[in-house]
Design a binder for this molecule. Structure first.
Ligand code: SF4
Ligand code: SF4
Length: 750
């Protein structure tokens, strides 16, 4: 019988068995010194965080807003954050085996920490206080509690060992490229990241040795006590004791070895605790903390420029939350792997950016880093003592390489928000005029004409000239839907046909919609992400004035970039109407039967735009539409929130990309070609432009067709049924009743 209840009420083990008062005194003195070192390190970190300038919405937190995009991985708030931490959901998400191993180490470590704390509570507090105040010593560390304690915490120890072994084995066997820490942007004078690799191994071996020596001590203790039956509850320790015995360690020898291994374990444990705040091990504290304060809406809705500042120029500009995020990075390299800029050969890796910022901020705050820093012979970059940030500590070409695709934010297991920090530094580059001439010219065009093409604002609706009906001007007559067309769909010759197709389909479906004609300006999404905050605010002001003068129930747009800012950022400027993407609207119309369609019987693949899928979680509607059109959808390996950027976002479409080894759009096109399909479907005007070019540059012109979902819908449109429907149910809207009325003009109907 393993458990004997008659013994259980009295059985326990002795703490500090065989150790004299001198040994105990040394132990407590060392423990005190360890705690002082640990809290001094934590204090340095806290001082660093609180030296940051708080964001307008608070140091770490902001209340969530109604209507914000949320799902299980993006939900902000304490409860959601704690759940992410407890379940390691974000660690498991893309790498299940790594995530499970991490979960085992995480809970195993917490279990062992709890075990030590419970023992200390009993031995140092309950026993001493009861003896002092009650005159009699009480203890709860015996009987059934003791047996359950050992059974449960043995399980924690085994889980921690297995998890750590998996992480070590993977690191040693697979040699994943992101874990050798090769930089995307290599400094001319060279660099060394040997310390990162050494720090990783020291951390893993430190943990493993701690876990193993804990069991070795238990085994010796049980061997020494001649294997009492109740200690079978200490099941792993018991097995280790049997192993000791099996290799010839008698009870007497165990008593001799025990203190040596115990001291080794104690010194290692205390050293490890003291090491935590100055090393990679600090992520055990900072990563969960960052995950709890993480708020992905910060990327969808960028922070406004702090008063009196125009972006980040100096150390003081980083908020407490950003400083915590830098410390939270575990160097896992997931962001490095998915970054389209890094993949294309641009000098940007979101991981390197965060590590550089951390090293620079720590250096300025005199925080030592033990085996957790990069070395450069010339002491440049993050090692430099200078205070200029954007353009010096972080090179301007690094900052300008970002497409703001949000892939890094999406995959980061510890909730780091790279994009808002990048944009804050871009803002100071814009102020200093440190930007690509083509970007400068696009921004000037937008400032002067309201569009990046530099065409007269009066020509914005010229694309409507080819229609045989007039689109109502929503400023002059009420409509159900206000179509915010966007620059590319309005001015790019290749895209105007698509815009006309959208208009025709909606017109044929009898949808009440209108546009703003020359009242519309660039929505400003990419202007803002390029760092031109002043121009963004001017654009919003202008568009809001036009929207306020219009009479409509909701907005839709074909451009995911406009969709993002209208949906997530314009509400701060007073926009209260719902915003939809045209894929959502068209899907509703097809599924409800208002747009009759025939099956196309095509096999297609679909590219999720970053600003639709990752930023706004619109992924099902385009797929539902494709399927409703009778197409078979073959998914690319990188799909939905894991989609790969086309390279156009964040103002990159206005910048030179000739230096890239391979454009992101070309990389993506090759992924589609490998599927064996011949139709590449998009739902974004910029994607259409980018992939129409890419299909030529990768030599697939004539083999792969780039098509917008509206073209598929146009092809599937069932004219006969539509005519039958219009005969059976005459449409009543003004445009249909008087198709020739009004003037199709860029300035709107007169
Ligand atoms: S937003 Fe995209 S391009 Fe920018 S750093 Fe992150 S992954 Fe790279
Ligand atoms: S920023 Fe996040 S994803 Fe990137 S290396 Fe650090 S922890 Fe990993």
């Amino acid at each position: 019988m393993i458990f004997d209840p008659t013994l259980a009420v009295v059985e326990t083990r002795k703490v500090f068995a065989g150790e004299g008062p001198g040994t105990r005194a040394i132990f407590y003195l060392l423990s005190l010194a360890t705690l002082v070192t640990f809290f001094a390190g934590v204090g340095l970190r806290l001082r660093k965080y609180y030296a940051g300038r708080p964001a307008a919405e608070g140091r770490f937190w902001r209340p969530s807003r109604k209507g914000e995009v949320q799902d299980v991985t993006t939900k902000p708030g304490l409860g959601a954050g704690l759940m992410k931490v407890a379940t390691n959901k974000t660690v498991r998400r893309d790498k299940p085996s790594v995530g499970l191993a991490h979960l085992a180490v995480f809970w195993g470590f917490i279990g062992l920490f709890l075990a030590t704390s419970i023992l200390s509570l009993d031995y140092d507090i309950v026993r001493n206080f009861s003896r002092f105040f009650l005159g009699r010593e009480y203890s709860f560390y015996h009987g059934p509690f003791y047996l359950a304690y050992n059974a449960v915490f043995n399980l924690a120890g085994v889980a921690a060992i297995l998890g750590t072994a998996h992480l070590m084995g993977r690191r040693a066997a697979h040699k994943e490229p992101q874990l050798d820490y090769t930089r995307a942007f290599k400094p001319e004078a060279g660099y060394s990241r040997r310390q990162f690799r050494q720090g990783d191994w020291l951390f893993l071996w430190g943990l493993m040795t701690l876990f193993i020596t804990g069991f070795l001590i238990q085994g010796l203790r049980i061997d020494e006590a001649h294997f009492p039956t109740f200690e079978r509850w200490t099941w792993m320790g018991y097995l280790v004791g049997l192993a000791w015995h099996g290799v010839g360690v008698s009870a007497g020898l165990a008593a001799h070895i025990h203190p040596w291994i115990w001291w080794f374990h104690v010194l290692l444990a205390l050293g490890f605790v003291a090491y935590i705040p100055f090393s990679k091990a600090m992520h055990m504290v900072t990563s969960p903390a960052n995950l709890i304060v993480n708020d992905p809406a910060n990327t969808r809705r960028l922070p406004q420029v702090p008063n009196g500042h125009s972006g980040y120029t100096e150390l003081a500009d980083f908020t407490p939350k950003e400083r915590l995020a830098f410390d939270a990075c575990t160097k896992c390299g997931r962001c490095h792997q998915v970054c389209p800029a890094r993949t294309a050969g641009a000098p940007l890796s979101p991981r390197d950016l965060i590590l550089d910022l951390r090293q620079w901020v720590d250096r300025q705050n005199h925080i030592p880093a033990l085996l957790d820093r990069e070395d450069r012979p010339d002491q440049s970059g993050p090692l430099a003592g200078e205070t200029t940030l954007a353009g010096s500590v972080i090179a301007s070409r690094t900052l300008w390489s970002c497409t703001t695709c949000m892939a890094c934010v999406e995959v980061c297991p510890v909730g780091i928000e790279h994009v808002p920090t990048i944009v804050q530094m871009r803002r100071s580059l814009v102020d200093a005029g440190d930007m690509d001439p083509t970007l400068q010219s696009a921004l000037q065009n937008i400032a002067q004409q309201g569009n990046s093409f530099g065409k007269s604002a009066r020509m914005r609706a010229r694309w409507t000239k080819g229609l045989d009906f007039t689109i109502p001007d929503a400023r002059k007559e009420p409509v159900e839907f206000l179509w915010f067309v966007g620059d590319y769909a309005s001015f790019d010759d290749r895209l105007q046909n698509l815009s006309r197709s959208v208009a025709k389909i909606l017109h044929q479906a009898g949808v009440s919609f209108g546009i703003l004609y020359d009242g519309e300006r660039n929505a400003g999404n990419d202007v803002r992400r390029a760092g031109e905050e002043g121009l963004y605010e001017m654009l919003v002001e202008h568009n809001m004035a036009a929207l306020s003068s219009a009479n409509f129930e909701s907005i839709f747009t074909t451009d995911p970039h406009s969709y993002n800012t209208l949906r997530n950022e314009y509400p701060a400027y007073g926009l209260e109407k719902p915003v939809r993407h045209y894929s959502e609207l068209l899907t509703d119309l097809v599924l409800s039967g208002r747009i009759p369609v025939k099956a196309l019987n095509k096999t297609v693949t679909y590219h999720d735009p970053c600003y639709l899928a990752r930023y706004n979680r619109v992924m099902d509607a385009p797929r539902a539409l494709i399927e409703a059109l009778g197409c078979q959808l073959v998914e690319m390996p990188r799909n939905r929130t894991g989609s790969f950027c086309c390279g156009a976002g964040g103002g990159r479409i206005w910048m030179d990309d000739s230096f890239l080894e391979e454009r992101p759009s070309e990389n993506r096109m090759k992924e589609a070609v490998a599927l064996g399909v011949d139709v590449f479907t998009v739902a974004c005007p910029k994607d259409f432009a980018m992939f129409s070019d890419a299909v030529k540059t990768v030599g697939q012109e004539g083999k792969m067709v780039v098509t917008d979902i509206i073209q598929l819908l146009e092809e599937a449109f069932d004219t006969d049924r539509a005519m039958a429907m219009s005969v059976a149910q005459p449409q009543a809207d003004g445009a249909d009743a008087n198709p020739g009325e009004g003037v199709s003009s860029e300035q709107g109907p007169q």
